[in-house]
Write a protein that binds this ligand. Structure first.
Ligand SMILES: [Zn+2]
Length: 370
């Protein structure tokens, strides 16, 4: 509708000018409205950034702003559940502990493991009994031999302790040999069906065998898989497992072996795993160790209750916009489909750091992995 058409109504020119003023006002309001809709929904970066800044200055952008947590106060040692670790050291100095006590486990010292009782293997009586070994005159023997071990009289076996009342692995041990190992060209099976205690999505956890597949041919056995870091699984335990594996392949001998996870209190993720091995036929000359491997990631912060891991890089991130689900307590990147499809009653946008959210019990979405 143009002014020209309006001006064709000759009578009532006063009324006419009022009308056109009202229309002008309406048009201006519409433009302001359209501009605000555009401003609040636009994805153009400088607009979005300006909007976030403005809203946060007005204190309305993030709804209820979560209480901020100073990351420096989180690491409270062995009782806190959440610990920030230092970096790995490469000085070759391995410390020793006289014993392992789950109420006072050794703190990560920058190395993959500490030795236990000066690296001297020691097993519960049952470990020897099941293998058919008897203690005679200061040595472990198979019965019926004057001295030493007769391989044919040994009983190769694997034992996996029942999960405890919190669903945690307890211990695995055995007398390992070619009999317990997979055939050379056999492929490992799928273990993704097992969710060990403390398992949390999108935290780079690995399903870590207590007794390695290469030694036991055990796949998805929930009594043999714990929630472990890559540092534990790959850097800590694997070289020791390979030492045992190579020894058995090369000699055909047997190895007494125990792997035991240690948990602090009621935590669901193990702080570490004791690994003990002793070659039987040559009485420890081939393989002999007793160590406690740390289930840590150097430089990261780990919550051993929830399984939430914050890498050093993530801990250094500035606060940013996340979409949280107040009901499921999951948080997303705003671009995630899970954030877009969320019910508005549960949905909230917050500007926070990842660590602030996880320390308040929010878990990262397994899909967008924020
Ligand atoms: Zn998501």
């Amino acid at each position: 509708m143009s002014r020209k058409s309006e001006s064709r109504q000759p009578n009532n020119s006063k009324n006419n000018s009022n009308k056109s003023q009202r229309r002008l006002a309406l048009a201006v309001l519409l433009i302001i409205f359209a501009a605000s809709v555009f401003f609040s929904l636009s994805n153009i970066p400088w607009i979005a950034e300006y909007r976030e800044q403005l809203l946060s200055e007005l204190g309305i952008g993030s709804g209820e702003e979560p209480d901020t947590v100073d990351p420096g106060t989180i690491g409270t040692g062995s009782q806190g559940g959440t610990i920030t670790f230092g970096n790995a050291k490469d000085d070759g100095k391995i410390n020793d502990v006289a014993a392992l006590d789950s109420s006072a486990l050794p703190d990560y010292d920058g190395h993959h493991y500490v030795t236990v009782t000066n690296n001297v293997p020691e097993f519960d009586q049952d470990v020897y009994d099941r293998a058919g070994l008897v203690y005679d005159n200061g040595r472990w023997k198979t019965p019926g031999t004057v001295r030493g071990v007769n391989s044919k009289d040994l009983a190769p076996y694997e034992y996996y302790g029942e999960l405890d009342e919190l669903g945690r692995c307890t211990v695995a041990y055995g007398c390992l040999g070619l009999e317990t190992m997979p055939e050379r060209d056999r492929e490992r099976g799928d273990i993704s069906s097992v969710h060990p205690s403390g398992w949390a999505k999108a935290q780079s956890w690995e399903r870590c065998h207590l007794i390695a597949w290469a030694l036991s041919a055990e796949n998805a056995n929930d009594r043999n898989l714990i929630t472990g870091t890559h540092y534990l699984n790959y850097d800590g335990m694997r070289p020791l497992e390979e030492e045992v594996e190579h020894y058995i392949w090369n000699t055909g001998n047997h190895v007494l072996y125990m792997a035991k996870p240690y948990f602090a209190g009621s935590e669901l993720v193990a702080r570490g795993v004791q690994m003990t091995a002793w070659s039987v036929e040559d009485e420890g000359k081939g393989v002999s160790f007793n160590v406690y491997c740390f289930n840590v990631t150097p430089g990261a912060t780990i919550d051993y209750n929830s399984g939430i891991v914050t890498t050093a890089e993530q801990a250094g991130q500035e606060a940013r916009l996340y979409v949280i689900n107040k009901k499921s307590k999951v948080f997303h990147y705003p671009s995630c489909d899970g954030a877009k499809s969320m019910s508005k009653w549960n949905r909230e946008e917050v500007t926070a750091t990842r660590l602030e959210l996880t320390s308040q019990g929010y878990t990262p979405c397994g899909y967008c992995e924020p």
